[in-house]
Ligand binder design. Structure first.
Ligand code: PHE
Length: 346
């Protein structure tokens, strides 16, 4: 009995010493001290011993039980500490390493300019309208007082889609669509894409315009002048001179082309160091807008009485404004999606 107790002690202590996980320690505990554990069975067998041996053996069994319990407990502590250390080592994160920087996109320069134009006109009470890119002959030409033999209808300018359908050559058809469906007073701007058969450093087959018009009982040319002068000085410079020149459009009468003083040479026609200014070609002025008082013929097409309403309309090219504002000399840069170009517009 005492011999087997000694060998049980040695065996168990050795196994505890070598155990490496909580599960293993628990397994040893059950095997020795569990309900059917080896030591438990020995304790139960005490009652079969002669009564004079019982106290001595009992004492030794209890001593062994206590020893195993403390050793198991100690070993558990050590194993837990080792596991924690291992986890800390393996799951180490160096928070001082540089992170992965996410790519952030940019607003396209044309969108920036359109948004700025919209902002300025919103400030004057204009609302925004849109129309279809694929138009019919009536809205793009006919109702705008552009007769059948007008050169603007030439195959060379207009992209025809199918009979009677074409890609709008300007945003002016949205004047017609708006007036057809609504009554004055109207104060509207129309940003959008337009299409013309044209392709070089300053012309693109698809480009953008912002149309604007104001119709009410008593709109005068002075209203047109005030609105557009305010717009141009907000868009470019408070100090920039604005000039109105007589012009012609079939859908406005009288018509004007509107210039601002050159943003590069500030209007003296000479660029830096007394050299000829290439942007305004030495004139000191830049043409920016077409405009005029809406032709009475147009009002008749939409069912307005030209004796009772009047209005002005204007149209501008967004790419041209963006090129002047940012000093860009080739319109194709806007559409090539070259990130080296696009990244410059925060
Ligand atoms: N639609 C004209 C163009 O594309 C611009 C314009 C609009 C002129 C409104 C006068 C009034 O050139």
């Amino acid at each position: 009995m005492i011999d087997s107790l000694d060998s049980l002690r040695e065996e168990m202590l050795a196994r505890i010493e070598q155990s490496g996980s909580e599960a293993e320690i628990e397994q040893i505990r059950v095997e020795a001290l569990g309900r059917k554990g080896r030591l438990t069975l020995l304790l139960r067998g005490l009652k079969d011993l002669p009564s004079d041996e019982r106290p001595r053996v009992g004492e030794q069994l209890n001593a062994l039980r206590q020893l195993l319990e403390t050793r198991l407990q100690d070993r558990l502590q050590i194993v837990k500490a080792q596991q924690k250390e291992k986890a800390l080592r393996e799951e180490f994160i160096d928070v001082t390493l540089p992170g992965n920087r996410g790519e952030s996109g940019h607003i396209h320069p044309l969108t920036l300019v359109i948004d700025e134009i919209i902002d300025i006109f919103r400030g004057m009470g204009f609302e925004i309208a849109r129309g279809p890119d694929i138009e019919d002959d009536y809205h793009n030409f006919e109702a705008l007082n552009i007769p059948k033999d007008h050169p603007a209808r030439d195959m060379q300018d207009t992209f025809f889609v199918s009979d009677g359908r074409l890609l709008r050559t300007h945003t002016s058809p949205v004047q017609i669509r708006t007036m057809e469906s609504r009554k004055p007073p109207l104060q509207v701007i129309v940003p959008g894409a337009v299409y013309r058969h044209d392709d070089d450093a300053t012309h693109s087959p698809m480009f953008h315009q912002v149309e604007g018009f104001m119709v009410d009982g008593n709109i005068a040319f002075s209203d047109l002048k005030g609105v557009l002068t305010h717009f141009l000085q907000r868009m470019f410079s408070e100090k920039a001179g604005v000039r109105f020149r007589p012009s012609f459009f079939p859908f406005t009468e009288p018509s004007a082309e509107i210039d601002i003083q050159c943003v590069i040479c500030s209007g003296d026609g000479q660029a830096i160091q007394q050299r000829y200014c290439r942007v305004c070609k030495g004139s000191g002025w830049l043409e920016i807008l077409g405009a005029g008082m809406i032709d009475p013929g147009v009002f008749k097409f939409v069912g307005y009485d030209p004796e009772r309403v009047s209005g002005f309309a204007f149209g501008m090219g967004v790419e041209r404004i963006a090129m002047l504002k940012y000093g860009i000399d080739d319109i194709r840069l806007f559409f090539q999606n070259d990130l080296r170009f696009l990244r410059q517009f925060g």
